[in-house]
Design a protein around this ligand. Sequence first.
Ligand code: GCO
Ligand code: MG
Length: 403
Amino acid sequence: MPTITSARVIVTCPGRNFITLKIETDQGVYGVGDATLNGRELAVASYLTDHVIPCLIGRDAHRIEDIWQYLYKGAYWRRGPVTMSAIAAVDMALWDIKGKLAGLPVYQLLGGASREGCMVYGHANGSDISETIERAQEYLEFGYKAVRLQSGVPGLKATYGVSGERFYYEPAKGNLPDETCWSTSKYLRSVPELFQKGRDALGWDLHLLHDVHHRCTPIEAARLGKDLEPYRLFWLEDATPAEDQAAFRLIRQHTTTPLAVGEIFNSIWDCKQLIEEQLIDYIRATVVHAGGITHLRRIAGLADLYQVRTGCHGATDLSPVSMAAALHFGISVPNFGIQEYMRHTPETDAVFPHAYSFQDGLMHPGDKPGLGVDIDEKLAAGYEYNRAYLPVNRLEDGTMFNW
Ligand code: GCO
Ligand code: MG
């Protein structure tokens, strides 16, 4: 049996912060897992170093399910983003080890490929509609089959999803959180025009997506979904905050625009009702924040029973280790829908050399044994942790709101 001999957390900031767990075994094989929780990174680092790692030493690295249950049930305090990101990192690293020892890429251990590759969507954003459309055209030229459109809202200084950077949208910044200002009525007036002009310019072959980023009430979301029906979106994401899963009944009852939710979920219990009542079409729970490949497969299994497909979160704050794990998961799972793909910066890619690749709008995890991603520790050591926060958001009258 491959025994875990050591494990440690690597903190690095090649343009943004990443937390990586490296688990070593007595067979000369190690595995890596992503534990990055944007804006709260060090909490997960401490959870791993202070509480999880001591329990891993001496265990059989092959017993992935048992270790998962040990960390989940054994903590007594279940769920939550910090706990589940820490468990996810262990889980990814153990799948990596199992693949390396078997001489197989992880997706082969998950049942093999169910498709040629994972369709991904990129982010087109601009300060106004024409700039957003120009960027979307660039994605079309790269071969993307799906693009998310986000545009500046007239009358608002800044909004979610719009940045000066082309491919590396990075909302976490600053020594303290940035404050942004929001008006739902201004936003709701501007989105239908974005998609009307988007369809006129980009045609009907490209899948178009949009992220509301938790900013509508259920009835506002219902109206937006209805207004967008003529433009046949692939999905409308995070239309309303989803702590209250039943809130989606109201949206669902009013619109046929497909709905996606779940990037901030961390367990199957967060999406159980949404899935069982078929209130959503895509579940966005992701490998790093929802307990790793082991737990995400359980969520996908439940979703498959109800014709809900996967659409994993894949912003730049999910490291290339998560991206690799998501692709092994995505290519193997029967009910894959789409994978978000925000390109990482060249500095990040250099710290995390990887086997996954993009071609004609699809991504493939590659055929290297394990996850096919590594961390260059020497390079990583050159980038010191840099505290950064996600922005906070207020209404025009100063009321705290959802970012
Ligand atoms: C997305 C997300 C991200 C998040 C970010 C927070 O759909 O990609 O909404 O942009 O805001 O990952 O850390
Ligand atoms: Mg989102």
